[in-house]
Write a protein that binds this ligand. Structure first.
Ligand SMILES: Nc1ncnc2c1ncn2[C@@H]1O[C@H](COP(=O)(O)OP(=O)(O)OP(=O)(O)O)[C@@H](O)[C@H]1O
Length: 628
């Protein structure tokens, strides 16, 4: 369409004006552009023109014309409605923007009133919320199908009548006496002896022969909880007897099942214990073997079969177990998945899953393996998680995955065992080796020396051998045979000293360790708690000597300082003098929810940093792989 010009005189100078059509907006234009200008013509006008054209051609019937008119009217109405909607959207956006501005201004005013500590706490909560969005621990199938169990597993076990008749106040007082803290609904009562728990007589006799006469606090609340079929999280300090607390209920479930209908080849297991390391799995397996053998010894109870399922060993060596019905499996995740995938046994009748050192398992990145293992279960299972250190973040995450869980806590999660005398010494890096020899004189053997570094472990062993000390070494780069040899010869007393990286720190139970020497202080305080926990076990006392120097991060020293204070230990002057920036702000000193350390918040947690670094590295690896 071309532009049209009219000349209006009005007695004044002639001006050029566009011929305005009705309802058209006032266009801005330059006179120079007039040749190419196309004036705005409204939709209504365009339709009128079209209609006029149609009429003038005289084409089509009256009915066609009426239909066309109707269509056009509808189009017009659509456009009007669209215009209305657009205006409404714009109005809402304006309102939202104003509201956001108001909120922002209000927050700025509130923030200006907050103390630095409150701001730091808020910041920590934000980080925690950001990292808390993990998938719950359940099999992918359960997650996909939305399978959710709401009631705990039912068992036939009941506490004796006289205990059932006790009031909840009596239960509370008993728990208080043993410093047991519980959380959850319908918590079974604490029971102070194995007979009242209805443990088979031959096992009670056997335990007595091992000087286990009375349940420890975690056992007296944890065993009834597990016997009652309840999912639970059990937290108690190192060396407090957690292994018996979670294995005994499994043995009882297996006994009951075997008594009902004996297992034949290809059937079972009834339950599985998952451990984060081969050494820990082997130790637990050996305990279970002893307990089940003692039960069957007098012939009153059936023999139970237990399988050790870990990497680095030949499963053919246990074919005699595989050829019979299988009751209990003690495993590390990788080998267990392998066996399940190869259908060497199934979890069709498996109803009990326990994770020892559960936080370690999650820290080590076994989360997906655990979900994978869970996908082999065909029915509801009873799930138990145990550890000496279970930071709040992992407890919360784990609770999501359990059915009406009960938390049984003896002491603060991550607190040191009070039976360990903790000595922290400032030793210059270059003086450490020589001082180590002197330190070894403090107590008679056996002694464990921990170092964070594999090469250092080898160096220390070599130095000690040169000095005539009978020492073995264990770390992740040693072969399975070397690791087994080290543990066996140290346990049997053939060797006086074991030098170890953190492999040996969690869960391993060596007889009567007198002294733990921490040659290089681990960055994470949880590791320190596990390392010193190799001594002072089952009610005995022990010493832990830790070397620190200027290479030890201040953050770690602060965690150590608070841990010593909490345990009522002597704090050396070089630790006392370290100031906590948070204390200066007058904040409350609660444990870091990620690692339980008392000397820092989540925003500067070394464990979180480490985890994130590892996750980024693994993402990079998978990105790289994805590229090919
Ligand atoms: N009721 C008991 N009375 C005396 N000793 C016990 C009792 N229960 C277990 N023990 C002994 O205590 C020692 C430590 O037990 P266990 O290895 O189960 O501790 P733990 O709590 O699992 O420690 P960690 O956290 O280091 O793994 C073992 O030698 C065990 O035989």
């Amino acid at each position: 369409m071309s532009s049209t010009r009219t000349t209006e005189t009005n007695g004044a100078e002639p001006t050029y004006k566009r011929r305005r059509t009705q309802r058209s907006p006032s266009p801005q234009y330059k006179l120079d552009d007039d040749d190419t200008y196309e004036p705005y013509i409204s939709v209504a006008q365009r339709k009128q023109a079209k209609l006029a054209k149609l009429t003038s051609w005289g084409a089509g019937s009256d009915k066609d014309k009426a239909n066309k008119l109707k269509e056009e009217e509808e189009e017009r109405q659509d456009e009007e409605r669209e215009e209305e909607r657009r205006k409404e959207r714009a109005r809402k956006e304006r309102t939202l923007l104003m509201e956001a501005q108001e909120v922002h201004e209000r927050k700025a005013v509130e923030d200006s009133k907050k103390t630095e500590t409150e701001k730091a706490e808020e910041h920590d909560a934000e980080i925690l919320a950001a990292i808390a969005s993990r998938r719950k621990l359940a099999s992918d199938l359960e997650l996909a199908q939305g399978v959710q169990y709401t009631e705990p597993v039912k068992t036939s076990w009941r506490p004796p009548r006289f205990i059932r008749e006790r009031t909840s106040e009596q239960h509370r007082r008993l728990r208080e006496k043993y410093h047991i803290i519980v959380e959850g609904d319908d918590i079974p009562p604490p029971i102070e002896n194995f007979t009242d728990m209805k443990v088979p007589e031959p096992l009670i006799k056997f335990l007595k022969s091992k000087r286990i006469t009375k349940p420890t606090p975690i056992q007296l609340q944890g065993i009834p909880t597990a016997f009652a079929g309840r999912d639970m999280i059990g937290i108690a300090f190192t060396g407090s007897g957690k292994t018996l607390a979670f294995c005994l209920p499994l043995v009882m479930v297996a006994l009951e099942e075997e008594s009902k209908l004996p297992f034949v080849r290809g059937e079972g297991p009834v339950g599985v214990v998952l451990c984060p390391s081969r050494e820990l799995a082997t130790q637990t397996y050996e305990n279970v073997l002893q307990w089940t053998a003692s039960i069957a010894k007098e012939g009153k109870y059936p023999q139970l079969n237990t399988l050790l399922c870990i990497g680095g060993i030949s499963m053919n060596d246990q074919s005699h177990v595989m050829n019979k019905g299988l009751h209990i499996v003690v495993a590390t995740p990788g080998r267990l998945i392998d066996m399940l995938e190869k259908k060497r046994f199934t979890f069709d009748h498996c109803k009990y899953l326990c994770m020892d050192e559960a936080d370690r398992m999650i820290d080590l990145g076994f989360e997906d393996d655990v979900r994978n293992i869970m996908s082999f279960f065909k029915h509801q299972r009873q799930t138990l998680l145990f550890s000496a250190t279970m930071p709040r973040k992992i407890q919360d995450f784990a609770q999501l995955s359990l059915v009406k869980p009960i938390l049984v806590n003896v002491g603060r999660a991550g607190a040191a065992n009070l039976d360990v005398l903790q000595v922290v010494e400032y030793v210059k890096q270059e003086a450490k080796m020589v001082y180590l020899l002197e330190c070894l004189q403090k107590t008679p053997p056996p002694v464990i020396i921990f170092s964070e570094n594999k090469n250092e472990v080898d160096d220390i062993q070599e130095y000690l051998l040169l000095k005539g000390v009978e020492a073995v070494a264990i770390h992740g780069s040693k072969t399975q045979e070397e690791r087994q040899y080290a543990i066996k010869s140290f346990k049997s007393g053939a060797k006086d000293v074991m030098v170890a990286s953190s492999v040996a720190s969690k869960g391993l139970d060596f007889n009567d360790i007198q002294h733990v020497i921490i040659f290089s202080m681990p960055k994470e305080i949880e590791d320190y708690v596990h390392q010193i926990g190799r001594t002072g076990r089952s009610g005995k006392t022990g010493i832990a000597t830790t070397f620190v120097n200027m290479n030890t991060p201040e953050q770690t020293l602060l965690d150590l300082k608070y841990l010593l204070m909490e345990a009522g230990q002597k704090v050396p002057p070089f630790l006392t003098s370290i100031e906590d920036p948070r204390a200066a702000q007058g904040g409350s000193l609660t444990g870091c929810p990620v690692c339980g350390g008392l000397g820092h918040g989540i925003s500067n947690c070394p464990k979180l940093e480490d985890t994130q670094r590892r996750q980024m590295a693994s993402h990079r690896v998978s990105d790289d792989r994805g590229g090919y």
